[in-house]
Design a protein around this ligand. Structure first.
Ligand SMILES: [Zn+2]
Length: 409
């Protein structure tokens, strides 16, 4: 049984606790011609928002509807096919189209406006400084050094055909696989040997959200074998995204079947195929604002993000070896530099970013810090590419040499 804790959702969406959500959303909506932008993101077709008579997105017909957006209020007129004209603001339009109460509509608009999820820097459209929003699609040009993507609204109960087909496949893999915490027998042996091969040690506490599939097929590479599966969720879907199975994708890591017989050198621990690590997404751009949630919860004090799953696990392992981790962390792997650049999460706690030392990793970290100036960047020694390299170098060297350039090949 899954306990649903709504407390975290409130926190995620209200952010600045002493300011009512409605006030913040209102301020956002005042910031320009934003209703059409909001309505489009909530699924109302662009074609209905052109100011011309057209079919009603709520009740159909041929030309009974007109979006006139008076004074930027999102207003509309609909004759409902009866001549009984219905008119109102964007809020009334959301009620007409979706049947939403005002409270529901406010939640949905807040989610789209991402009032609390947006980058902190480089905007300057709000006089109070509370609305930190500058998605690239906003109709009014705002000066941003960069334009991060904004997570799209996903109607989980009503996916389009292709995303649904892909989601069904993903859920089939989910049902066929087992959480790492429940493994036993040969499956446990393979997985434990994999983590040992990657430097995680024999007593490693496995991330609760990762699964193991005993025989996962990749038809493209004509390979079937044991694999780890990491489920990709979006912090903007709330703290229960995993429990709600709101997966935008998965990362599959095929393991070397020889791990059954013992740990292997790190480089041989994955399956001997060209692409042992493959991502799968359910829809175009669905990965924006996504990550693999590895440990911790909204109650943790710090949000820790890194590029690869093993980068994050390795950093945590290093802290545990050195006894240097003093904060509880909510740890996420973004799976790529573009997801780091497009990271969206509640801005209610400090973010620590684990940087990879390749040019793309450094770029992503620099950009992230520009958007989120309070971020603490943590980088491995310049001679290592990432924290997994660093960890492997540390545990393979005698302790007397640990302080000097452990990653030089
Ligand atoms: Zn209508």
């Amino acid at each position: 049984m899954v306990m649903v804790d709504m407390h975290g959702i409130d926190h995620a969406f209200t952010g600045i606790r002493d300011e009512p959500l409605y006030g913040r959303v209102k301020e956002f909506l005042r910031g320009g011609d934003r209703w059409p932008w909001v309505l489009t993101r909530l699924g109302i077709p662009d074609s209905a928002l052109k100011g011309k008579n057209c079919p009603c997105p709520g009740c159909g017909g041929k030309d009974r509807f007109r979006f006139d957006n008076k004074d930027g209020t999102g207003s509309f007129l609909c004759s409902q096919g009866t001549g009984n004209v219905l008119a109102g603001s964007g809020w009334a339009l959301l009620e007409h189209v979706y049947g939403w109460s005002f409270e529901r509509a406010l939640d949905e608009v807040a989610r789209v406006a991402l009032v609390d999820f947006a980058p902190k820097a480089g905007i300057g459209t709000s006089s109070s400084g509370h609305v930190h929003m500058a998605p690239s699609e906003l109709p009014q040009a705002v000066s941003m050094p960069v334009a991060p993507g904004v997570p799209q609204v996903i109607h989980w109960q009503n996916l389009a055909e292709e995303p649904q087909r892909r989601y069904d496949y993903l859920m089939r893999v989910f049902r066929e696989s087992i959480p790492l915490s429940q493994l036993d027998g040969t499956a446990l042996q393979i997985v434990r040997n994999y983590w040992i091969s990657r430097g995680m040690g024999a007593t490693f506490r496995m991330p609760p959200h990762l699964h193991f599939h005993a025989r996962l097929t990749d038809t493209q590479q004509q390979w079937s074998g044991p694999a780890l599966i990491a489920w990709i969720t979006r912090p903007c879907d709330g703290p229960n995204a995993f429990a709600d199975r709101h997966f935008v994708g998965m990362q599959r890591i095929w393991l070397n079947p020889a791990l059954l017989h013992g740990p292997l050198p790190a480089k041989q621990s994955k399956a001997p195929i060209e692409q042992a690590k493959k991502s799968f997404g359910i829809m175009d751009k669905g990965m924006i604002g996504s990550s693999v949630h590895l440990y911790g919860s909204e109650k943790s004090r710090v949000r820790l993000i890194g590029e690869g799953i093993e980068t994050v696990l390795s950093w945590l392992r290093l802290q545990s070896l050195q006894g240097t981790l003093t904060e509880s962390v909510e740890a996420h792997a973004c799976l790529g530099t573009s997801q780091i650049k497009n990271w969206f999460a509640p801005t209610d706690k400090p973010v620590w970013l684990l940087q990879d030392n390749d040019p793309a990793g450094k770029d992503a970290a620099a950009l992230f810090q520009k958007l989120h100036p309070d971020t603490r960047i943590l980088a491995p020694p310049s001679s290592c590419n990432d924290f997994n390299d660093y960890l492997l170098a540390m545990i393979q060297k005698p302790s007397s040499q640990r302080s000097i350039s452990p990653c030089v090949p």
